[in-house]
Design a protein around this ligand. Structure first.
Ligand SMILES: [Zn+2]
Length: 530
């Protein structure tokens, strides 16, 4: 408790400095360019200090196994650059899979075995900060520390994103969960530093539902009140449930009356839900830009958002990796096209197979070299795959030298349950497009739920929201199985087995959110055992 008070004291001191230096787009551009110039040195300094010198964590044994001492690393980076060095290290076994990062299994490379705990990935240079945790679908969430310096850096980058998308000066609404999820708090701090604290902060998750430790609830209010004392008009979070979307819409309409448009930070599914509510009420949302994160921004959701005159921009971030990229404002390849924040991150890809015969994916490996990053990441898998490419796009980020784009980002980890996977199937399209087209409703009205039933038997429920109205439940099951059977022989066999064993059932419930407020096509109901 005493330690916590000291942390809060230090945090208050840091908050004053944090809010005292506004994040403008101009300074953001200069910061990104400077960090791109210093990129190799920043990367080497962090690996030297946090990995080689500290001797902690799983990386030293892996690097030694690959025969890579610090001098070798420095030579490779100086002569070939960071990404080719990371590719080489990956080929030599220096990488961490998502299962290893979540400590589901030890790291085994040849004869080398490294056992680790989630804390082994912590940045040894971080001592104080607010604690946040990620929502794990198949493992306990990992705890990360939020550093104000790190949030400040992202605020400067976010200001550039606002400039690139023509959003500067617009009022902002925040619709993200409170702590222990980091998403809402990080954005609250960033927006306050940018001089556009949200007009209101809606949380899709009630604090009673996630039962965060009291300290986490206090921490949210602490930031709100400490910020207010320092002169920032920071709103306290207000819980809005799944059936209270009209509250958010009413607030948005009120803001729009002033004629300056609005930026809404929320998940793609929240944006789609709001778009649906607007359409039901006959309201158009011109001049509304949704900056979405936390879930994939899929073509179906982008189309539903576009249908009411609004626009969606992606923001790619995760609790462990931090903010990885901002939506491209130029000639984008896909609706979720983002610029990799190469000023603090490197991303490479490798082909890997997925559990339960899900087939190969181009998995993304992340390396973070901001010295206040929450975790030390050297070729760490996030569980996502996607398309990584370098190209000119003509937007502000591109002109700063950020040439690497990521798009069509999906999670193989979140499509995998306890005993089956939907990687290699078209689950996202079935849930978001096929079912709504045939049975009614929108992209957020259907969900696949994996539950462990009696005797440990895995059951799959297809949730159909009551909002959809009457449906022929057998027809829904038939359609899902028929769609899942398409593609590979494995898919056909799986679907056939599920049909024979009556694994699939329709349930008339609203799709579930994760503890972190995310709506995923596959939701895994945790069993109470173990
Ligand atoms: Zn661009």
């Amino acid at each position: 408790m005493f330690r916590q008070m000291t942390t809060y004291g230090r945090f208050a001191f840091g908050l004053r400095r944090f809010l005292g230096e506004p994040a403008t787009a101009e300074r953001g551009r200069a910061l990104i360019q400077q960090r791109l110039r210093d990129r190799n040195s920043d990367f080497l300094a962090l690996v030297k200090g946090a990995v080689y010198s500290s001797g902690r964590g799983p990386y030293v044994p892996l690097l030694r196994m690959a025969g890579c001492e610090y001098a070798d690393l420095e030579r490779m980076v100086r002569s070939h650059g960071i990404e080719p060095t990371l590719e080489r290290l990956r080929a030599e076994g220096v990488y961490i899979t998502i299962d290893e990062f979540k400590c589901r299994y030890p790291i085994v490379r040849g004869t080398t075995t490294v056992e680790c705990t989630p804390n082994d990935f912590d940045n040894p240079f971080l001592t104080a900060g607010l604690q946040a945790s990620s929502s794990g679908s198949r493992s306990p969430g990992t705890v990360t520390t939020l550093s104000l310096e790190r949030v400040g850096y992202v605020a400067f980058c976010q200001a550039v994103a606002y400039s690139a998308h023509g959003l500067l000066g617009r009022p902002v609404l925040l619709w993200m969960p409170t702590l222990p999820s980091a998403a809402g708090m990080v954005l609250l701090l960033e927006l306050s530093k940018m001089g556009v604290p949200p007009v209101r902060w809606f949380s899709p998750v009630a604090s009673s539902a996630i039962r965060p430790a009291l300290s986490k609830r206090l921490a949210t209010l602490y930031v709100v009140y400490a910020g207010r004392l320092l002169g920032a008009s920071i709103p306290a979070p207000e819980y809005v449930g799944g059936d209270q979307v009209h509250v958010v819409l009413a607030s948005l309409r009120q803001i729009l009356e002033a004629g300056h448009g609005c930026v809404v930070h929320c998940s793609p599914s929240s944006a789609a839900r709001l778009a649906h509510e607007a359409r039901t009420e006959g309201v158009t949302l011109t001049d509304v830009t949704f900056v979405t994160g936390g879930e994939p921004l899929t073509p179906a959701k982008a189309a539903e958002i576009g249908a009411v005159g609004a626009h969606a921009v992606g923001l790619y971030a995760s609790t462990e990796v931090g903010t990885i990229g901002f939506g491209c404002a130029g000639s984008a390849t896909a609706c979720d096209d983002i610029h990799v924040l190469e000023s603090s991150h490197a991303v490479i890809q490798y082909e890997r197979s997925t559990p339960f015969g899900g087939g190969p994916v181009q998995s993304l490996l992340f390396t973070s070299f901001h010295d206040r990053a929450a975790k030390i990441l050297l070729n760490v898998e996030s569980g996502d795959y996607g398309v990584l490419e370098s190209r000119e796009c003509g937007c502000e980020f591109g002109s700063l030298g950020l040439k690497r784009h990521l798009h069509s980002i999906r999670s193989f980890d979140k499509l995998t349950g306890e005993g089956m996977t939907f990687v290699g199937t078209d689950l996202v399209r079935i849930i978001e497009e096929v079912l709504p087209q045939q049975f009614g409703g929108t992209s957020i009205d259907y969900q696949m739920v994996e539950t462990e039933g009696v005797g440990g038997r895995t059951r799959l429920d297809v949730l159909v929201s009551p909002d959809v109205g009457t449906v022929d439940e057998d027809a829904v099951v038939r359609q899902v199985l028929q769609q899942l059977a398409r593609g590979s022989d494995t898919n056909r066999m799986m679907a056939e087995m599920w049909r024979e064993k009556n694994v699939l059932r329709v349930k008339r419930e609203r799709p579930h959110l994760t503890a972190g407020g995310k709506l995923l096509p596959l939701h895994i109901m945790k069993t109470t055992r173990g």
